[in-house]
Ligand binder design. Sequence first.
Ligand code: SF4
Length: 389
Amino acid sequence: MPMVTIKGATLPEPAGIYIHIPFCKQKCAYCNFYSVTDISLQKAFVKVLLREMELASATDLCFDTIYIGGGTPSVIPSRHIDQVIRQARQLFQFHDHVELTVEVNPGTVNAADLRDYRTAGVNRLNIGIQSFDEASLKFLGRIHSGQDSYLTFKNARQQGFDNIGLDLIYGLPKQTPQQWRYDLQKAIALEPEHISCYMLTIEAGTPMEKKQRQGSLTPLSEERICELYNIAVRYLCDHGYEQYEISNFARIGQQRDYRSVHNSKYWSFTPYIGLGPSAHSYIHPIRSWNCREITDYINIVQKGKLPLEDQERLNRRQQIIETIYVRLRTAEGIDLTQFEKKFGICLTDEFSSLIKLLVKQGKLICTPSRLALTSEGMLHHNSITLMFI
Ligand code: SF4
């Protein structure tokens, strides 16, 4: 388990809580996250979620993040979000400072909801803007307009949120560099603390994949996607955002660091527990996940059982592969000393010619203490990771 030194004492690194709210107003054309549009189950769901929290609270982990995601948490009334936070606060142990994030989507949240979130202790907001361009929003199947996004952001600032992240999507079919720059400019003009740029992936079972199969949708060429990625990296860096993970950029200053503390746990094998349908947990070395269907979830928890679907114990080889995979997603990269201490493998000895080649190509940075991909290298993250395993 990763350790951290606090006030001279070495303690287990603070853990995270992820809470999945599985409701959306409408399914977006590209989405394969688990959510349902029938919100009639929300009251029963929240009741059961509070019960699941009781069942999961027998842990000695101490937490410093709560991330309420989905789905669209903002489609359920803010009083339910408040109930969930209160329950977590009551049942689990927390460090002094807790990063408490709620994901919201424009068109589902108003100023009063945001005020209620603040009162409930929410101190970080993540807004699913995706694009400011109306045609792109329509293509993605989003329910909101660009105007809704401005309004949500403005309301959030007015309610005192000083740590706001925006999500954008790029790589839409036929998307031009000009169109992508337009989205980036609009996002930066709002001056958020954090921006995530996700590349559109066409997932199996989604309406978008069906269109692709039928031949009415042609994905963007790889060359163009690389161009759009490079535009984002350059543009955001030029405007004071540091790329700390392939898709994530934050303002990082001496006063405050706006990297997502919660999401960073996923890239460092820090323990987290997931609550709600389809949520995953990781408590070294076991990964487990909840059942996906909301009705199954409700039935199981109502019987007083944890809604676990399955779990796997990561063996040494899996841990090595996953450490390389997730750490190379981050700008910090792999801590070579820690890696050798944990797995008994000196990566720089084992892969010396590969490392030399990748460094020469400008894709890798290798210092005596760490191995990390450059922005250029991150673009080829999957293929480079495969070379190490
Ligand atoms: S709002 Fe988010 S979770 Fe819901 S369908 Fe759209 S992308 Fe998926």
